[in-house]
Design a binder for this molecule. Structure first.
Ligand code: NAD
Ligand code: UGA
Length: 488
């Protein structure tokens, strides 16, 4: 098996007719569904080791797909069975494909070297070994998962050592930048598609072939080509920069609350400066989601292992500030409710880490529940998309509490906002669901205990209107005497 640099570009696939995506999760599912829609002449097969997930993707009832994203179900309905397939027959899909996306999870390691920081690459490695053992024809292997810089080198070593003679391959990095809740629009109209390749004739040819697939719907100038390591690092850097902005505005938000300044005014006034820009300056209870924390920890580990402790410490502070923001918000709730929430009912509105997704990974709501539970509160949770069982799974995670019975006694999952708020001392808004902006607060006030307090961690309510009804309101990032002015 010749090394990658010696392979003849003519041995790469000449035409792309079949694409396989390994990993049918939040990235693999939506990404390759949109690809199938935009490329009806390419057969796209999304595979997974998890038969339950695949069965859910194949549900007749499109409301039961395993990933909720606005607009996604309609595209699955349009393409599934035409040129889009979901299956556990991984080997067949790899065998038929010219391009194989690796979209498997890369969580933070929980044991061994780098525990708590480094990315766990076992699923990427398992996928790579499987491709090597199955492939009989040339393949372009695409890292879609978020991975540490130079992961492609490890994949290449595995492929070189294990693939069959006459099955040349190229590895590309093509990180995904979609945000959950807006995945379909992000995929249809991406700011950029990034393709990293080796700077060799074969590498460039492979990148061209992948680029041609995207160029069916993405303007050519938005497809950026870089080296492999730059592409891998760009993904970590982009997430770190976005999360850093949120931690920065949340740090300012703490100063606002202490001084009487208004974080929304500060953010708007900073954001109009074109060098700063308005995005990702929404103060909040803290950021959540499966990736920001994981990818920053990954960057911290990478920096540390490169002998750059100051760089590692710099990025670690983004996480420290996020933890502080969540804890500060929880403390505010307890302090405002006369320094005790023991045996009090708190209505928690929203459990997903942001609106328009059912994903709860690293949701700030989980941390809030942990704090409230420690104080002995009873928590009544309502979320329009997160299922009851998921909430209990999250609240019995190691590090939260592993006592399911105790959690079931302390937590009620409710079917509506009004059910959650019934007899509650306070309402805590943890997710920015649109329906929370349309709550009938008169009704809520009438069924709550008094004084009725609303803690808005997401800038969802109009404090002035709520105060007219009789509520006390605390909105994150706004000093007490300015609370009435925050809503726009
Ligand atoms: P996920 O956990 O939702 O999905 C990963 C899937 O891969 C799972 O269904 C799992 O069963 C499957 N899998 C694992 N090993 C496998 C194997 N050997 N063979 C077949 N299937 C296997 O994860 P996700 O949220 O889709 O994230 C995937 C990657 O994309 C991660 O690296 C993540 O950092 C990155 N990413 C995620 C997002 C996001 O919004 N969630 C956005 C951009 C990038
Ligand atoms: C983020 C990035 O935005 C994507 O580009 C990236 O592909 C993805 O991570 C990933 O790698 O997984 P996502 O986590 O889905 O996307 O959602 P975001 O919109 O970035 O929100 C993340 C968290 O930050 C949410 O809890 C959100 O409520 C919070 N947030 C966001 C704020 O608190 N303030 C803001 O101004 C923006």
């Amino acid at each position: 098996m010749p090394a990658i640099e010696e392979q003849d570009p003519a041995l790469l696939p000449q035409k792309i007719t079949h694409i396989c995506c390994i990993g049918a999760g939040y990235v693999g599912g939506p990404t390759c569904t949109v690809l199938a829609q935009q490329c009806p002449d390419i057969v796209v097969t999304i595979v997974d080791v998890n038969p339950v997930r695949i069965a859910a993707w194949n549900s007749e009832d499109l409301t039961q797909l395993p990933v909720f994203e606005p607009g996604l179900a309609a595209i699955v309905g349009e393409c599934r069975g035409r040129n889009l397939f979901f299956t556990t027959d991984i080997d067949k899909a790899i065998d038929e494909a010219q391009i194989v996306f690796v979209s498997v999870n890369t969580p933070t390691k929980t044991s061994g070297i780098g525990s708590g920081f480094a990315a766990d690459l076992r699923y990427v490695e398992a996928s790579t070994r499987r491709i090597a053992s199955v492939a009989q024809t040339p393949k372009i292997i695409v890292e879609k998962s978020t991975v540490p810089c130079r992961t492609a080198a490890s994949m290449r070593a595995i492929l070189e050592a294990n693939s069959k003679p006459g099955t040349p391959f190229q590895i590309l990095s093509n990180p995904e930048f979609l945000s959950e809740g807006t995945a379909v629009q992000d995929l249809l109209h991406p700011d950029r598609v990034l393709i990293g390749s080796l700077d060799t004739a074969q590498g460039r040819r492979a990148a061209e072939l992948l680029s041609e697939v995207y160029e069916r719907w993405v303007p050519k100038e938005r497809v950026l080509h870089t080296g492999l390591w730059s592409s891998e690092l760009t993904k970590l850097a982009a997430n770190a920069l976005l999360a850093q902005r949120i931690s920065s505005i949340n740090a300012i938000s703490a100063i606002c609350e202490a001084t009487g300044a208004n974080v929304y005014e500060v953010a708007d006034a900073c954001g109009v400066d074109r060098r700063i820009g308005p995005h990702f300056l929404r103060a909040s209870v803290g950021f959540g989601g499966s990736c920001f924390q994981k990818d920053i920890l990954n960057l911290v580990y990478l920096s540390g292992s490169l002998g750059l402790p100051e760089v590692a410490e710099y990025w670690r502070q983004v996480i420290v500030m996020n933890e502080f923001s969540k804890a500060r918000f929880a403390k505010k709730v307890v302090q405002t409710l006369f320094n005790t929430v023991t045996a009090k009912r708190l209505a928690l509105l929203g459990f997903a880490f942001k609106k328009d997704t059912g994903d709860t990974r690293e949701s700030p709501a989980i941390t809030l529940c942990k704090h409230f539970r420690q104080e002995g509160a009873h928590i009544a949770i309502y979320d329009p998309k997160v299922k009851r069982e998921q909430i209990f799974l999250d609240l019995t995670e190691p590090g939260v509490t592993d006592d399911r019975k105790a959690v079931e006694e302390a937590v009620t999952v409710c079917p509506s906002v009004l059910d959650a708020c019934h007899d509650a001392e306070a309402v805590v808004i943890a997710t920015d669901w649109d329906e929370f902006s349309a709550i009938d607060w008169h009704k809520v006030f009438n069924i709550m205990r008094k004084p009725a307090v609303v803690f808005d961690g997401r800038r969802v309510v109009n404090p002035a209107k709520l105060r007219e009804i009789g509520f006390r309101v605390h909105a994150v990032g706004v000093g007490p005497e300015l609370q009435d002015n925050v809503w726009v």
